[in-house]
Design a protein around this ligand. Structure first.
Ligand code: NAD
Length: 283
């Protein structure tokens, strides 16, 4: 495989997971975020996750040290100048991603692939923000990254076969299963998942059952491993709101109208697990 070095933008829920799986596989990773506090938090989360793997006897303490030694941290995008691929996992916001890709296009070496972990935003528009549109692609990892097998590979209109082949190869190298989807709002995974979570939020909003009741109904009745509201808390309510808005605007179809509960909770700072409170309260 030609990819030896990976830049990850964002050290949050997804970014630290992506950095972890790449580093476990032996790749050299630079994990970048806007400040010291964010990157330090990201490293702490990786360290705790690796400790869990040691407890389960999946890795040794030496493996943990080797993994951590594979990860550099940075607060400037300039640190990504020489990486073979950037996987962007910053906040789900189109203006932010367009600006990041414009900057990456200037900073990164000319043959680097620029991938985004966006949940829903048009890869074709993101690719259009660069002068290397053929080398822009979606690598949509699932949460929690170390546990989940899928990488949904999103092909922008401009993405070349060579770029798709390279990210398929990378996904397999880090132990994931890549499955390709065309660029469209929410792609495949979130086109199906997020409307279900939005409907669960409406059921909660209308007071038809408690959060626990809604989640138990879906777990016991549909054999879902997690209830939809607990899953929304895991994903992050800000991310869920952004994705349902992309579906609503992208298709212009009222069936995707966002539940007012999402907006209210985000306004209150109740973002789910990452902020300690969402539909449930977390320690
Ligand atoms: P998060 O809120 O946990 O983390 C986002 C991180 O991005 C934060 O640490 C923030 O400081 C950082 N960031 C913001 N602006 C930045 C900038 N200019 N430069 C560098 N870093 C910046 O969010 P997340 O859940 O990790 O989501 C990240 C991306 O992954 C989003 O595009 C989201 O849609 C996607 N995603 C999320 C999930 C999920 O379940 N949470 C699943 C698949 C994909």
């Amino acid at each position: 495989m030609n990819i030896k070095t990976v830049g990850v933008i964002g050290a949050g829920t997804m970014g630290n997971g992506i950095a972890q799986v790449c580093a476990v596989a032996g790749l050299k990773v630079t994990m970048q975020d806007i400040g010291e506090a964010q990157v330090k938090n990201g490293i702490e989360t990786i360290s705790t996750s690796l400790d869990r793997m040691i407890k389960k006897e999946k890795i040794s303490t030496d493996d943990k040290q080797a993994t951590l030694a594979n990860i550099d941290i940075a607060t400037s995008l300039d640190a990504l100048a020489n990486v073979d691929i950037v996987i962007e996992a910053a906040t789900e916001n189109e203006a932010l991603k367009l600006s990041l890709f414009e900057q990456l296009d200037e900073i990164c070496k000319s043959d680097a692939i620029l991938a985004s972990n966006t949940s829903s935003i048009s890869l074709t528009r993101i690719a259009g923000a660069t002068e290397r549109a053929g080398q822009v692609v979606g690598m949509h990892f699932m949460n929690p990254v170390p546990m989940m097998a899928l990488v949904e590979v999103i092909r922008a209109l401009q993405t070349t076969d060579e770029t798709c082949r390279a990210v398929h190869e990378l996904s397999e190298f880090i132990g994931k299963i890549p499955i390709e989807a065309k660029d469209s709002p929410g792609f495949v995974a979130n086109r199906i998942l997020i409307p279900m979570l939005n409907e669960a939020a409406y059921v909660y909003y209308e007071g038809l059952a408690s959060a626990e009741g809604i989640d138990e109904i879906m777990k016991l009745g549909m054999s879902h491993p997690m209830g939809p509201l607990a899953l929304a808390d895991l994903i992050g309510l800000d991310t869920c709101l952004s994705v349902i808005k992309v579906l609503h605007e992208g298709f212009g179809d009222s069936k995707y109208r966002p539940c007012p509960t999402w907006q209210q909770m985000v306004d209150a700072g109740y973002l789910g697990r990452k902020s300690g409170r969402g539909f449930y309260v977390y320690d």
